[in-house]
Design a protein around this ligand. Structure first.
Ligand code: FAD
Ligand code: MLT
Ligand code: ZN
Length: 476
């Protein structure tokens, strides 16, 4: 089948208007959010129903055409970007955007894969429920992308990852069959849990077209506090205390290192940082209270007072209103964008057991300072679940390109330390193409072989997002 026959066949699957072919039209789909990867798509096709997805995959399967699924294109690992060959189709889920059903009594919502995360949160709140997955990209990332990457975000310590929030899935297999696994059950031991294979598979096993997600009772009040701390070790101690004090009311515990602050202020000067002096670490704590506003405020104030009295923290502020709490969150949510605007930064998305976070940070800072004098340790992230974005920025007056040219050395140093601290080199962003080869370096060989077996079983022709997550299959 030549190119024009292929485009005509795709148009028959989804309608001509929904097959983009010109370089101008396909360009936004061919580059990732960080602008680190750029590819070239044979076409961008946007099906509007599960049946249309199935038709596209049947065609791609018959013609042996690789398919890259793309949701909101906010992924951090280059997983949704086609390669440069011009032979891969991008399948955009943006028209799979219906909220199919809310079952308030069952505390579940059934949505299509292209629904934007924020729209799910809104739909849940309209029926007096909470959908707790929360991340700074929630205005543009999709549920399909969240599930495909097993997204984490800021509420994992209380509600879990995307994986923990999905009860059922609908998936189109690489040969175009539809698996309807849209069950809204909390208990279902009828064999292998296939949905958990698709969750976190980054588009390499099939296309997720819809999901049944769990809802929760919303809290009566939410309060946020920001505390300054002398060290990461103090932050871990504080987390331990706050967890004991607040129990399940603790819904976020984020940390921000000193080096992040000037970068945030440079790129977002209108945002007010609440502290005069720069301190090594700031913690952002959120409580979700099921009693009342007053109870939320009092418990948080108590925690803050105790931390100051015991010299774990040196200063702190509590958001006195929803608007003030939001303003504190806004600072946190803009760190990623500020660092992207700063450029010349080397990102990491690591997790280690919470008990080993302080030792990891201290060792990494020491070794990086020795090997890369002046480099800025602009780490931040989700201490509540042991996941830090341990980002390293070029020294202020260094040549950014020369610094970034040493990226592999920086990665190796950080990831070897992660390994030494029993951690993971990709906590929540997935492997995509960014961490594929490094993952193979650190993963147990048996685990890697089993993963290759799963890929071979579910996508024997290797058409789903080739080159992501796993390298080429071993011979034989
Ligand atoms: P895309 O980027 O489009 O795709 C990501 C991967 O999923 C690709 O491999 C793609 O092929 C696959 N995929 C997408 N849809 C489907 C589908 N329907 N079926 C099968 N495969 C599919 N991530 C976190 O985990 N926590 C954070 O706190 C966080 N904060 C962020 C903040 C900012 C400012 C930004 C830009 C990103 C952040 N991210 C975070 C990363 C990103 O938002 C998440 O990875 C998100 O889950 C990706 O969703 P998406 O719809 O944009 O997916
Ligand atoms: C975050 O926590 O803000 C995100 O995961 C994005 C990032 O790491 O840049
Ligand atoms: Zn994160």
């Amino acid at each position: 089948m030549n190119r024009s026959e292929l485009l005509a066949s795709l148009a028959r699957c989804v309608g001509e208007r929904h097959v983009l072919t010109t370089p101008t039209d396909t360009a936004p789909f061919s580059q990732d959010w960080r602008r680190k990867y750029r590819g070239e798509a044979a076409a961008v096709v946007s099906p509007a129903s599960t049946a249309e997805v199935a038709a596209v995959l049947q065609l791609a399967h018959a013609q042996r055409i690789p398919v890259v699924t793309q949701g909101g294109n906010t992924g951090m690992s280059g997983g949704a970007t086609p390669d440069g060959s011009g032979t891969q189709i991008v399948l955009s889920t943006r028209r799979l955007n219906r909220i199919r059903h809310v079952d308030a009594l069952n505390d579940t919502i059934e949505v299509e894969a292209g629904v934007v995360l924020e729209a799910v949160q809104v739909a849940a709140s309209e029926v007096g429920r909470l959908f707790p997955l929360a991340l700074a990209a929630q205005g543009s990332c999709t549920i399909g992308g969240n599930l495909a990457t097993n997204a984490g975000g800021t509420a994992v310590l209380r509600y879990g990852n995307a994986r923990d929030l999905a009860l059922g899935l609908e998936v189109v297999t690489p040969d175009g069959r539809i698996w309807n696994g849209l069950r809204g059950l909390r208990k279902d031991n009828t064999g292998y849990d296939l949905k958990q294979l698709y969750i976190g598979s980054e588009g390499t096993l099939g296309v997720i077209t819809a999901a049944v997600l769990m809802l929760f009772p919303p809290p009566a009040a939410r309060r946020t506090a920001m505390l300054t701390l002398p060290s990461i070790d103090n932050a871990v101690q504080l987390l331990n205390r706050v967890r004991a004090e607040l129990g399940p009311a603790l819904t976020a515990f984020e940390v921000i290192s000193a080096a992040c602050v000037p970068v945030l202020q440079r790129h977002f000067p209108a945002m007010r940082w609440p502290f005069e002096t720069l301190v090594p670490v700031v913690a952002l704590i959120e409580t979700s209270d099921h009693e009342s506003e007053a109870h939320a405020r009092d418990t948080l104030a108590f925690v803050l007072e105790q931390a100051l009295e015991d010299e774990i923290a040196t200063d702190g502020v509590i958001g006195e209103s929803v608007a003030q709490s939001r303003a504190l969150w806004t600072l946190r949510e803009h760190l990623s964008e500020a660092q992207a605007l700063e450029g010349s930064h080397i990102k990491h998305d690591i997790a280690v057991p919470i008990s080993r976070v302080a030792a990891f940070v201290d060792a990494a800072v020491k070794q990086l300072q020795r090997g890369f004098p002046g480099a800025r340790m602009a780490w931040f992230g989700h201490l509540g679940d042991g996941n830090l974005h341990f980002n390293v920025l070029a020294p202020v007056d260094a040549d950014p390109q020369a610094f970034c040219a040493r990226q592999d050395e920086v990665n190796r140093l950080v990831h070897d330390l992660v390994q030494a601290h029993s951690g993971s080199i990709s906590a929540e962003h997935g492997l995509g193409q960014l961490r594929r080869d490094e993952s193979a370096r650190y993963k147990d060989s048996v685990e890697l072989a089993l993963m290759q077996g799963v890929k071979q079983a579910l996508d024997p022709l290797g058409l789903m997002n080739p080159g992501k997550v796993l390298g080429p299959m071993p011979e034989g």
